[in-house]
Design a binder for this molecule. Structure first.
Ligand code: M6R
Length: 374
């Protein structure tokens, strides 16, 4: 699709993602392939001493944290808890001076995230803020901070900051693995391959016309379920959040595995399903669910890898197939979210929502309006 000056900031920011991700990699990947820290005291000794990770955030930033949990646990072998910042003060928060508490926020100003970070800090945790805006209350409060390099953000609906958060948190997991002496040779290769992520995101962005057609089809319905599992499940939640926020369309992200435990009863010809699944992780239970969805008459749209590793069984059941390029499993979330961001944009436009000011944020009326003259 051609860019024009009059286009909303929301779509411009979606399209900026390859550049933002490339800048992030340039800044953070050191010559020895590890994450360069922005500010002490998150030095080697501190990182080596950590025995658990606590990630807290709101909304889209929370979804970035949820995805990071999988990579933290596997690479750094650290128990990792992720919770919405608004819940942090509502239970006994088990963190101590061996906990790395990471607060993720695009703005650095969400009050719940700031409170959660301060709570963890009061209990002795080593605190790290991951923000797009500095100085900000979160960078002031945390012991150390890392920046996402999303540049200036003009819309309240986070897209480029989200993929950048996901990337930086992934790099942090690699860095912790390295500090803890757990780095494995194949992971170094993965770090080198990270350089391909911007190109993969660009590939998906080039398929915007296909997403626009999906949006047209979806506009004929009242709701959609987005299903995924593992590190892709937070992408289903995030896609659903974007559809609600930007397109004012009822969407629910759900675990593929959990869907057959009740929600399936809602499914019929009027309930389209977007399934994110890959041949190497889908398994027989996903296939069984897909068959059941089809038997109930649900329109089934599959987002999955194309090419030699295409899931032939699932794609033969699907009414529509959105092709993703082949990327290593750990990199998939950053690529799989792109069609859902584009879907929110196109559906929002079809539904005549002001996608730059969709109005779904408490306090959003205080947002400083961007200067649209440039
Ligand atoms: O600035 P923050 O990342 O702390 O904001 C948190 C949420 O309010 C934010 O991610 C919200 O969910 C987005 N507008 C969703 O697009």
């Amino acid at each position: 699709m051609k860019e024009t000056d009059k286009e909303p900031f929301f779509i411009k920011e979606i399209r900026e993602q390859p550049k933002v991700l490339a800048n992030t990699l340039t800044k953070y990947l050191g010559p020895n392939l590890y994450l360069k820290m922005t500010r002490p005291p998150l030095d080697e000794a501190t990182l080596r001493g950590v025995n658990q990770v606590y990630i807290t955030a709101c909304g889209t930033s929370y979804h970035a944290g949820m995805t990071a949990r999988y990579i933290f646990e596997e690479l750094s072998q650290l128990p990792t808890v992720v919770e919405p910042a608004s819940e942090a003060g509502r239970h006994h928060l088990l963190v101590d001076d061996k906990t790395l508490a990471v607060a993720v926020s695009q703005s650095g100003r969400s009050s719940d995230t700031l409170s959660a970070l301060n709570l963890a800090k009061a209990r002795g945790a080593v605190t790290l803020a991951l923000v797009n805006d500095s100085p900000s209350p979160l960078t002031e409060a945390a012991s150390g901070y890392l920046m996402t390099l999303a540049g200036q953000v003009f819309t309240l609906s986070s897209t480029k900051a989200f993929t950048s958060q996901t990337l930086v948190l992934g790099l942090l997991a690699f860095r912790l693995a390295q500090s803890r002496g757990l780095m494995k040779e194949p992971w170094r290769q993965e770090l080198e391959n990270l350089g391909r992520v911007p190109e993969m995101v660009r590939y998906v962005l080039a398929l915007e016309d296909r997403v626009a057609l999906m949006a047209k089809a979806l506009a004929n319905y009242e709701q959609v379920f987005i299903l995924a599992r593992g590190a892709l499940l937070p992408m289903a939640y995030e896609g659903a959040l974007k559809l609600k926020e930007v397109a004012h369309f009822h969407a629910e992200g759900y675990s593929t595995g959990e869907f057959g435990h009740g929600p399936l009863g809602l499914v019929g010809p009027r309930s389209p399903i977007i399934l994110i699944a890959f041949a190497d992780e889908a398994g027989s239970s996903t296939l069984a669910l897909a068959r059941s969805l089809k038997a109930r008459g649900a329109p089934l749209w599959l987002i999955s890898e194309d090419g030699p590793k295409k899931d032939l069984a699932l794609s033969s059941l699907a009414d529509d197939f959105f092709p993703l390029p082949a990327v290593q499993p750990r990199l998939r979330p950053m690529v799989a979210i792109i069609p859902l961001q584009l879907l929110a944009y196109h559906l929002g436009r079809l539904r005549r929502v002001d996608v730059d000011n969709p109005g779904g944020l408490l306090g959003g009326e205080d947002w400083v309006q961007p200067d649209k003259s440039h």
